[in-house]
Every structure is written in C-alpha cells, then in structure tokens.
Design a protein around this ligand. Structure first.
Ligand code: ARG
Length: 458
C-alpha cells in the first residue's frame, strides 16, 4: 500500500512501526466529521479557483459515496494508511482518480485533525447537555411527587437537621445546572475553526477560511495558525467539565448506595435496576449506582492523561497529540452511558417515607430549633447554644429524646422555655419554619420547584 507521504522515502515502513503509530483503529470514529470538513474545504477551494469546479464536485460526490459505504459497514479501514484522514483520502483517489489528489491542497492533517475533533466534541457536548437536562427533569418530577417527605439532613455524615427530600434532590438539580452551564461555556471555545492553519504556518494559496467556518457552522476562525494546530485546550476543558459532572453523579450514586442499605433503609431500587449475588441468595445490590461511582475514576484519569500529554510539548503539532483521542472518546462514552442509565434508574426508586420521617426526628435533630427558640425569647445565640447543649447531654445521660422531656425538666435549664417548645421540636415544624431564601421550608422548596419547572419548559 503506497503511503500518501511516500515520495521522500526509499524503504518500506516497518510493520512494527505501522502498528505502533496507527490511529485508525480508534480515530475512524471521526469519519463523519472528517468528511464534512473535507466537503467544506473542497467547496472553498473551488470557490477560490484553487481547484476546478468539476474536480470539487467529483470530490464532494466521491466523499458522499464513501460516507454511505462507511455508514453501511461496507468500508474497510486499513492500518497501513495510518489514520482516518489518509484512509478516506486514499479511498477517494481510488474512486475518482486524479481529482482526489487535489483535496489536500492548502491543508494538513494537523489542522484537519484539530477540526475533526472540534466538530466531534461540539456535537457530543450538545448531546451531553441534553442528557443532563433530562436528569434534571427526572429529579424535578421526583421532587414534586415526594414534595412532603421529611428526611434527616446530614453534615459530617451525622444527622444534623430535618430537611425535605425534595430540597435534597433540588441540590442535585443545582449541581447539574452548573454542569450544563460549564459544558455550554466550553462549547464557546470549541466553536472556532482551525482549518486553513495548514501544517502550522498557513498557506501561500488564496484560501477563504471565513467561508469554511460559515459552511461548518463555526462562529469564528482561529487567529494564530501555530496555536491552532497545537491547541487541545478545548478537549482538556471538555474532560474537565466531564470530571466535575461525573463527580456530581458519583455523589448521587453514593447516596443511592447508602440509602438502599439496610442501615439506612430510605429507598428501594426496583429489581430491574439492581443485581443479585452469585453466592448470597438474599442480596439485591445497587451495582448500577456503584458503577457510576466507579467509572468516575476513568474520567478523572482521562483528564490527567491529556494534561500530561500536553504539558511538555513545544509548539506546534507533535505526534504525542494523537494520544488525545482515546481519553476523549472514552469519556464521551462513559459520561453518556452514566447519564442515560441514571435517568432510567431514578424513576425506579421507591422512597420509604415513614423510615425517612422517623429518622428525621431522631438524634436531637431539632436541637438548633431549641436554640433558635431561645434566641427568639431574647437570649444571645451563644448562651442558647450552651444551654441546648446541656439539655442534649442531659438527654443522653437519661436516655431520652428532646421531645420526650417534661416541661419542668426543660425549665430547669431555662425559664424562657414554655409549652410552645413542643411544636418547635417537631421535625415537620422545624422544616416549615426554615423559610429563609434557599432554605428547606415547603414554601421555599415549592418556589424553587416552580422556578425550575418554568426554566425547563423553555
Ligand atoms: N493521526 C494524527 C493525530 O491524531 C493526525 C495528524 C498527523 N499529523 C502528522 N503530521 N503526522 O494527531
């Protein structure tokens, strides 16, 4: 197989080198974007009279045929032709003859691969943000359906204060909202055309980069040809956005794992989204959630991999950069599959409202309410904190709950306490009173739910 760069060489490439340097086994995935870029490029070359019109139309038709062959599995990618770019170009020349040899005019694989990866990631990033939105909608639906369920809110993994389950779920909607905006922001910098930078220094031929940008739907053209072929920031940013996003998914997954344990007993995940044990017949395991949590490792790994690949590279293009693709592809696959399955699993979760509500009232979770009750009676907060702490200690020593203390026991600590304290110590009441902006009160949570419903409808 003759290489497109064979002219300067006298000897054949070693088979070992072919296997070591090839990328077509993984970058063939970029074929659609490679062809789209080539069609736009050929049209521009003809418009600028760099190649004859009839050659350009032969190129376009040939590329369209190749696209059909690839899409229907009739195209054979060859390792000897290194990468997706040379495979497609060589197939084109075989198909249409001499005109095919004009396609690579005023272009290099360096700006070509930069273009392909941008086109690919722009498309995938759009898909990922839509998947995130779907999860947000699922969470919102669950929050609305279970708006009144109380649960213990935690800090340090210790029961802290009662909260609404819906409020807790809205916290994830917030995280995902930031994730979406991060991906959208990253898309802005992805949305720049590198093609026309050629190998690194531009070209002597009269190309029109703006028209290619327009044809491919890019908002702007890259400003520096050396930077254009050396830059992988957009891919690093994508991996970084993905890392933050999957870190959030992992936290949610971790809570699902904990909550479905017998110790918590907050949720049950349906049989369809759990798996069994090969030895212990009683087990029903939250493997999907565990794997989402586990797959976080490979996404973080990909980010570190690409940062490391890039950190020592002198300008401009270096072959090291071919190593950018697998981490990017793997991350796209991983984050999409996690988002998809999580979205399907969420509606399969049943909440044990009674258990959540009961535990919400345990563990002195309304101690802060008692302190704030005293503050409302005119006591400085520090003093109220101290007294409440002493009451809690008294409870621990006498094996009692705050709410089961007699009024006279309570008044032994402060005469500011009267009968209305018992309402304040109810978890439902505690939640109801937390009406501060962003707080857990039903009125506040309802307002947030309404806001999201409107936002997601747009
Ligand atoms: N397969 C290469 C990559 O992914 C394409 C660019 C090759 N450029 C070169 N000068 N060898 O980076």
């Amino acid at each position: 197989m003759k290489k497109p760069w064979a002219g300067r060489f006298k000897q054949k490439t070693s088979g070992l080198v072919e296997s070591f340097t090839e990328s077509v086994s993984f970058d063939s995935r970029l074929w659609k974007h490679d062809i789209a870029g080539s069609i736009a490029h050929a049209k521009m070359l003809s418009k600028q009279k760099i190649i004859p019109k009839k050659d350009a139309s032969a190129i376009v038709k040939g590329l369209e045929k190749i696209a059909k062959e690839i899409a229907t599995g009739r195209f054979r990618f060859k390792k000897e032709l290194e990468d997706v770019h040379m495979n497609i170009e060589s197939a084109l020349t075989n198909k249409i003859g001499a005109a095919g040899k004009k396609l690579h005019t005023a272009r290099s694989r360096n700006d070509q691969v930069a273009l392909d990866l941008r086109l690919y990631l722009r498309e995938e990033t759009g898909g990922i943000t839509s998947l995130i939105l779907e999860i947000q909608k699922s969470l919102l639906k669950i929050a609305e359906k279970n708006a009144d369920i109380l649960m213990p809110g935690y800090t340090h993994m210790q029961r802290a204060q009662p909260v609404l389950l819906s409020h807790h779920l809205l916290a994830y909607i917030e995280m995902l909202q930031r994730d979406r905006s991060r991906f959208e922001d990253c898309m802005k910098r992805m949305d720049v055309l590198p093609l026309g930078s050629c190998a690194l220094a531009g070209t002597t031929l009269p190309i029109d980069r703006a028209s290619v940008a327009k044809e491919l739907g890019f908002s702007s053209v890259s400003k520096n040809s050396i930077d254009s072929v050396s830059d992988r920031d957009f891919a690093i940013e994508f991996l970084s956005c993905s890392s933050v996003c999957i870190m959030h998914l992992s936290r949610l997954a971790e809570e699902l794992v904990l909550w479905s344990s017998e110790e918590f007993g907050f949720i049950e995940i349906s049989d369809t989204f759990t798996t069994g044990s090969s030895i212990m017949p009683q087990k029903k395991n939250p493997d999907v959630a565990e794997l989402i949590r586990g797959k976080t490792g490979r996404v973080f790994g990909s980010l570190i991999a690409l940062l490391t690949i890039m950190k020592g590279l002198p300008l401009s293009y270096n072959r090291d950069m071919q190593e950018d693709k697998q981490p990017v592809f793997d991350t796209v696959d991983t984050i999409k599959s996690c988002l998809e399955i999580l979205n399907k699993m969420l509606p399969e979760i049943k909440f044990n409202a009674l258990r959540m509500r009961t535990t919400a009232g345990e563990g002195f979770s309304t101690a802060t309410d008692l302190a704030e009750y005293l503050v409302k009676k005119g006591m400085p907060f520090r003093e109220a904190h101290e007294i409440t702490g002493r009451i809690v200690l008294y409870c621990i020593n006498s094996n009692k709950d705050l709410i089961s203390l007699e009024l006279k026991e309570l008044r032994a600590f402060s005469l500011n306490i009267s009968r209305d304290i018992y309402t304040a110590l109810e978890p439902a009441e505690s939640v109801k009173k937390r009406t501060s902006y962003g707080g857990t009160s039903p009125s506040e949570v309802k307002r947030q739910i309404k806001q999201y419903r409107q936002m997601f409808r747009k």
